[in-house]
Design a protein around this ligand. Structure first.
Ligand SMILES: NC(=O)c1ccc[n+]([C@@H]2O[C@H](COP(=O)([O-])OP(=O)(O)OC[C@H]3O[C@@H](n4cnc5c(N)ncnc54)[C@H](O)[C@@H]3O)[C@@H](O)[C@H]2O)c1
Ligand SMILES: O=C(O)C[C@H](O)C(=O)O
Ligand SMILES: [Mn+2]
Length: 595
């Protein structure tokens, strides 16, 4: 990477920096500059910049600060009548001025998080083809699989992209197949990476793999923007994924790939296939597994539950359910010295047909198989519904990733509370309307004894158990260390950092997980653990990573992007490209032509 040499002298770790607070360079002037959201400062362009970049006559006279702009933008945001309208407003703002967009959110993080992310983003995704105005992100479709490499390569040079979030749209949150609208989940996750972990917004790429859709409503919608055909499965699908991964590897060899909201039959399979080959991560399986394990660890501190006796019931055993089960199984094994197989006996997985049993092996996914119980254990017992299973198992922990709203009904919760002092109940299905229970009901039915965390935000004392407190820090660690692989050991290191930041563990509150307000700091701690483990396990490709803890933290913080205006320098066109690539990661070609 090429960096401004003056800047390097002033910075302890200048030579390692990915993103900088130093000057940026562009050859754009006039309206072209104002229409480039990454560089546009609107009314905040200084007098000198207005001279240099030929902006006179294009802006009102008064030069304003970023804070003044935030005040105006917040008033406009607040005047929007509902959350979806607010979400649309934010999308427009992002298309106009990225620094202002991020600064506005960071100043109102708690309030805006549910509007730009879950649950409102779910509505925007479902309405994608109706509310679409301007294209953002990379669209690859299975009918043009031969073009994948060409379509990917136009986003920059090999060193330009650090992080790719990709979805095929088959299982968006709990709202099922959303086809091409899935581009918005890739974009939203990347926004969270920037807000919560300072990942440089211009060094990322949101992708949708349009493989058709089984959503009849979309296929019948004249406005639908995606491939109008039934979803493709099997060999053709696998080849398409392979082409995508190969193209990413070839064109952006340093990029870490985050898979999001793939369907049940593909999510785990794809993850297992590529984990030994590239640095990749499935958020629904691994991010959710990590955050939920951290919540359970915090809850155990309060309830004084011992790992060797703890019993877990998972309701909904898909990507998220089995991902959580795997993390919990490893934690049991780690804390008790049991084998992983033995540890798995403390987990009971329930899905649509009831408890998973070995006798029904042909109906189980490979990820479910290790949790299926021996049929003879359950002979003469009821196992077809959650209440019967809870009666038999008497779980300490019940986790919902079923997409079935209200599944944790009063009789089930009261039954659970009969057997354990502090029932730990985590309804995680998103969006909010799909939660297996409402937190207030859980407190009421257990005389306030339940320890609760939910998939979408609720007021305190209910913590939000959403992968958004985990994946940004893990990604930051992966990007900065340039880890070759994302291994289970790196994820364990991440969970340790997250669990120790829980308010109940720190003694700073009742929450089982840290609040979103604190997430940037949590991400530093997660990234630190991930990087240290990557170095220890000889996976880190980045050279000269500081070994001292304090230095490492400083090194991480310095590379986190923050929402502030940087001085802008005018350079000639050919130099701008070279400079931009090195300094702000601004790709050439299509990236600029797109604005
Ligand atoms: N809080 C978080 O961070 C987080 C993370 C990932 C997923 N989730 C949520 O978890 C839910 C599931 O996501 P996923 O990616 O695992 O989906 P998935 O399709 O892979 O799994 C869903 C599972 O639930 C089962 N199921 C469906 N209806 C059921 C019913 N009535 N009774 C019992 N089981 C039923 C399905 O058979 C499937 O096994 C979604 O609502 C998603 O938003 C939350
Ligand atoms: O996107 C979220 O809010 C969390 C999770 O990835 C989900 O699919 O629900
Ligand atoms: Mn998801």
């Amino acid at each position: 990477m090429s960096f401004d040499s003056k800047q390097q002298k002033n910075e302890k770790f200048g030579h390692l920096r990915l993103s900088t607070s130093g000057p940026q360079s562009t050859s754009l002037t006039g309206n072209a500059l104002l229409r480039t959201p990454y560089f546009n400062k609107g009314s905040a362009f200084t007098k000198e910049e207005r001279d240099t970049f030929k902006l006179h006559g294009l802006l009102p006279t008064n030069v304003q600060t970023l804070d003044e702009q935030v005040t105006r933008a917040y008033a406009q945001y607040s005047s929007r009548p509902n959350d979806l309208a607010k979400n649309t407003f934010m999308t427009s703002l992002k298309e106009q001025n990225e620094v202002l967009y991020y600064k506005l959110i960071l100043d109102h993080l708690k309030e805006m998080f549910p509007v730009i992310y879950t649950p409102t983003e779910g509505e925007a995704i479902a309405d994608y083809s109706k509310i679409w105005r301007r294209s953002e992100g990379c669209f690859l479709n299975i009918d043009d699989a031969d073009r994948v490499d060409d379509d990917i390569k136009q986003w920059g040079n090999p060193e330009d992209i650090d992080l790719i979030v990709v979805s095929d749209g088959q299982q968006i949150l709990g709202i099922g197949d959303q086809g091409v609208g899935a581009i918005l989940i890739s974009i939203a996750k990347l926004v969270i990476y920037t807000l919560c972990a300072g990942i440089h917004p211009f060094r990322t790429l949101p992708v949708v793999l349009d493989c058709g859709t089984d959503n009849k409503g979309l296929l019948d919608d004249d406005l639908y923007l995606g491939l109008r055909k039934e979803r493709v499965y099997g060999e053709e699908y696998d080849k398409f994924i392979d082409k995508f991964v190969s193209a990413c590897r070839k064109r952006y060899p340093r990029a870490y790939i985050h898979f999001e909201d793939f369907g049940l039959t593909n999510a785990r399979r794809i993850l297992d296939k590529y984990t030994p080959q590239i640095a990749c991560f499935n958020d629904d399986v691994q991010g959710t597994g990590c955050v939920t394990l951290a919540a359970v660890m915090a809850a155990f501190k309060v309830s004084d539950t011992k790992w060797d006796e703890a019993r877990f019931v998972m309701f909904g055993s898909g990507s998220a359910g089995t991902g959580i089960a795997d993390q919990i199984k490893d934690a049991i094994a780690h804390n008790t010295g049991k084998s992983r197989e033995e540890a798995g006996h403390q987990i009971w997985c329930v899905d649509k047909p009831g408890l998973l049993l070995r006798g029904r092996k042909d109906q189980l996914t490979p990820a479910q198989v290790p949790y299926a119980r021996e049929d003879k254990e359950w002979e003469g017992k009821e196992y077809g519904d959650l209440l019967s299973v809870v009666k038999e198992v008497k779980p300490h922990v019940m986790i919902g990733t079923s997409t079935r709203p209200g599944a944790f009904s009063e009789d089930i919760v009261r039954e659970m509370a009969k057997h354990v002092e502090r029932p730990i109940i985590l309804p995680l299905s998103n969006p909010t309307r799909l939660h297996e229970a409402q937190p207030q009901d859980l407190y009421d039915w257990t005389d306030g004894k339940a320890l609760v965390a939910t998939g979408s935000p609720f007021p305190p004392p209910t913590a939000e158990c959403n992968n958004s407190v985990t994946f940004p820090g893990i990604g930051l660690g992966a990007v900065l260390s340039r880890t070759r692989l994302m291994t289970p050991a790196l994820l364990v290191a991440a969970v340790q950092a997250l669990a120790s930041a829980a308010p109940v563990i720190k003694g700073s509150g009742a929450g089982l997980l840290p609040d979103v307000e604190d997430v940037r700091e949590i991400s530093v701690q997660i990234a630190k653990n991930v990087i240290k483990k990557a170095v220890e396990d000889d996976l880190a490709q980045q050279k000269d990573i500081p070994t001292d803890d304090a230095d490492l933290e400083e090194w991480i913080r310095e590379q986190m992007w923050s929402a502030e205006y940087r001085p802008l320098k005018l350079v000639e066109e050919h130099k701008a490209d070279a400079h931009a690539r090195g300094e702000v990661g601004t790709g050439s070609g299509q990236r600029e032509a797109n604005f």
